[in-house]
Design a protein around this ligand. Sequence first.
Ligand SMILES: Cc1cc2nc3c(=O)[nH]c(=O)nc-3n(C[C@H](O)[C@H](O)[C@H](O)COP(=O)(O)O)c2cc1C
Length: 169
Amino acid sequence: MFTKKEIKEVVFNPFEYLKTDWALLSAKSKSGKINAMTVGWGGFGVLWGENVITVYVRPERYTKELIDETGEISLSFFGGDKKEELNYLGNASGRDGDKLKKVGLSAGEVDGYPIIEQAKFVITAKVLYSDNLDPNKLIGSAKEFDKKWYPKKNYHIMYIAKITGVYEK
Ligand SMILES: Cc1cc2nc3c(=O)[nH]c(=O)nc-3n(C[C@H](O)[C@H](O)[C@H](O)COP(=O)(O)O)c2cc1C
């Protein structure tokens, strides 16, 4: 059972939570279907006076299709647990079947937003803005990232989403 928290009450290290522990990015289709994919990149901040998260999603992800349908997303965190499961969910696609079930995880909803039931900490959010990363805008030494990260030219789509709730178990 998740308890909604005031954002001011929540303290965590964003670098550890994303880069080290990873998270599941969940999205919901118009018909209510939920899919999730592992993410290791993203951000937390403030824009247009709103508390926001930013996620970066490559165009071929099934999750992207669902994000574009409703803009209702979440990040579910597991505190360093479930890395094997997250690794699987970061390599298999929801297009090919119920991958969450395969690793013993389940999708649910909190206040209408898609979440992963087994998470320890969840941030729900509504997409406000999206943009395609443009290799022509890489600056200085970052120009190397085009070759390093995009041999297939599948540039990430950046989604900035307003935080609608933070929840803890
Ligand atoms: C540790 C890890 C981090 C990942 N981070 C991202 C990410 O930030 N953005 C992204 O587009 N894909 C990322 N992926 C890849 C997706 O999770 C993967 O392609 C997934 O199978 C997509 O699932 P879907 O087709 O069901 O959406 C990551 C994978 C792993 C294992």
